[in-house]
Design a protein around this ligand. Structure first.
Ligand code: NAD
Ligand code: IPM
Ligand code: MN
Length: 351
C-alpha cells in the first residue's frame, strides 16, 4: 500500500522537526508494510518574503488529492502573525473542512510535569477543539481607523453543524474512553454563542446516557487543568478556548515539544492535517534543539487516520520507551542536552 502525504514544513523549527522526523516515519511504515509517497511544499514565510504570498492561490486545492497532510509550523518574527497564519494554516483548516482538532494531553513515564506530585501516567485526557469557526470565524471589521471613536469588531460564529460535529465526536471519544466529558464554555458572560453551545451539548448528550457531562467555565477549567488534571477524560471546547487550554495541557504534560495534534475532516473526503501543537519557536530556531517528539506523535496520529493503527502504536511505543529511559537522549525543554537529530536517531534505533 502506498499513501500520499503532503508535507508542509513551514517556518522556524517546523522545518527542523519535519525534516528530522520524516525518515523515522518512513522506517516505521516500511516495518509495518506500507509506503509513504511525499510531496513537499515550500510554502511559508520565506515564500511570502520572496513572492508576496504564503502559498499559491490554488494552494488549498492542490492539497485535496492527498491522503493526509503533515505540517511543521507557521510564523515569522518579521511578518505579522495574522498575515502568515491567515495566508496558510487557517485557510487549510477551514477550506478542507477540518472541523475537529483533537489534542491528547498525556504525562508520560520519565517526563517531569511542572505540577508538584504528578508522575508519568497521572495525566491522560484529550481535548476536542472546534476548529473552523467560533472565535476564529474571521467576521468583523474596523471603522473610523485612528479616530477617537474607532471601533473594532471581532465576532464569534457558532453554527449548529459545526458545534454538533465537534460535540458528537467528543461524546463518541468519551464513550470509548472513561465515559466522562467536560464541556468548557463561558456562558455566564456570553449569552448567545456559549449558551447555544451548552444546549447542543445537552441535546447530543441525550444520545449518550453512558457519558457523564461536567460543565466548567473556561476560567475555572484553566484552574482545574492545574489543580486536578487527573480528573479530565475528554474535554470539548470552542476554537479559542481549546487553543488556550491545549498550550496549558502541553506544559502540564512536560513541554510544548511533546504535544501532538490532528485537524480532522470528518465530513467529505478532504484530507486531515497533522501538526504539533507548538509554533515556529523563533527563540530556539536554528539551534538544532527543538524537541521532535510532538511531530513524531502527530505522525502517529496521521498513521491512525490512514488506518495504519499498528504503525501509530509502534511510534507511540518507541517514544514511551525512550522517555522512560533516563539514559536516552532528550532535548533541553525536557531536561536534556541532546539535539533534535540525536532524539530521532535513537528512536530509529529502537524501532
Ligand atoms: P511556540 O509554540 O512557537 O513557542 C512557545 C515556547 O515553547 C517557546 O519558548 C519555544 O521555544 C517552546 N517550544 C515550542 N516548541 C518547542 C519544541 N518543539 N521544542 C522545544 N521547545 C519548544 O509559540 P509562540 O512563541 O507563541 O509562537 C511563535 C510563532 O509560531 C508565532 O508566529 C505564532 O503565531 C506561531 N504559531 C504557529 C503555530 C502553528 O503553526 N500551528 C502554533 C502556535 C504558534
Ligand atoms: C495552534 C496555533 C494556531 C491556532 C495559531 C497559530 C493561529 O496556536 O494551532 O494552536 O490558534 O489555532
Ligand atoms: Mn495554539
Amino acid at each position: 500500500m502506498i499513501y500520499t502525504v503532503a508535507l508542509i514544513p513551514g517556518d522556524g523549527i517546523g522545518t527542523e522537526v519535519v525534516a528530522a522526523v520524516k525518515p523515522l516515519l518512513d522506517d516505521t511504515a516500511e516495518r509495518a508494510g506500507f509506503e509513504i509517497d511525499y510531496t513537499e511544499f515550500d510554502w511559508g514565510s520565506n515564500r511570502y518574503l520572496q513572492e508576496g504570498s504564503m502559498m499559491p492561490d490554488d494552494g488549498v486545492d492542490q492539497l485535496r488529492k492527498f491522503d493526509a497532510i503533515l505540517l511543521g509550523a507557521v510564523g515569522h518574527p518579521d511578518i505579522p502573525d495574522h498575515v502568515t497564519l491567515r495566508g496558510l494554516m487557517l485557510p487549510i483548516r477551514k477550506e478542507l473542512n477540518q472541523q475537529i482538532c483533537k489534542r491528547p494531553t498525556v504525562l508520560r513515564e520519565g517526563v517531569q510535569s511542572p505540577l508538584r506530585g504528578y508522575e508519568g501516567g497521572d495525566i491522560d485526557f484529550v481535548v476536542y477543539r472546534e476548529n473552523t469557526e467560533g472565535e476564529y470565524a474571521d467576521v468583523g471589521g474596523r471603522e473610523h481607523r485612528g479616530f477617537e471613536h474607532e471601533v473594532a469588531v471581532q465576532s464569534a460564529v457558532f453554527t449548529r453543524k459545526g458545534t454538533e460535529t465537534v460535540v458528537r465526536e467528543a461524546f463518541e471519544a468519551a464513550a470509548e474512553r472513561d465515559g466522562k466529558l467536560t464541556n468548557v464554555t463561558k456562558s455566564n458572560a456570553q449569552a448567545y454563542g456559549m449558551v447555544f453551545w451548552d444546549e447542543v451539548v445537552e441535546e447530543v448528550g441525550q444520545e449518550y446516557p453512558e457519558v457523564t457531562v461536567e460543565r466548567l467555565l473556561v476560567d475555572a477549567a484553566a484552574m482545574d487543568f492545574v489543580r486536578r488534571p487527573e480528573a479530565f477524560d475528554v474535554v470539548v471546547a470552542s476554537n479559542l478556548f481549546g487553543d488556550i487550554l491545549t498550550d496549558l495541557g502541553a506544559i502540564i504534560s512536560g513541554s510544548m515539544g511533546l504535544a501532538p495534534s490532528a485537524n480532522l475532516c470528518v465530513e467529505g473526503d478532504a484530507p486531515s492535517m497533522f501538526e504539533p501543537v507548538h509554533g515556529s519557536a523563533p527563540d530556539i530556531q536554528g539551534q538544532g534543539i527543538a524537541n521532535p517528539l510532538a511531530t513524531v506523535l502527530s505522525g502517529a496520529m496521521l498513521f491512525d487516520d490512514l488506518g495504519e493503527v499498528a504503525a501509530g502504536d509502534r511510534l507511540r511505543e518507541v517514544v514511551d520507551e525512550q522517555l522512560a529511559d533516563a539514559s536516552a537522549p532528550r532535548t533541553p525543554d525536557i531536561g536534556g542536552d541532546a539535539s533534535t537529530d540525536d532524539v530521532v536517531m535513537d528512536l530509529r534505533a529502537r524501532l
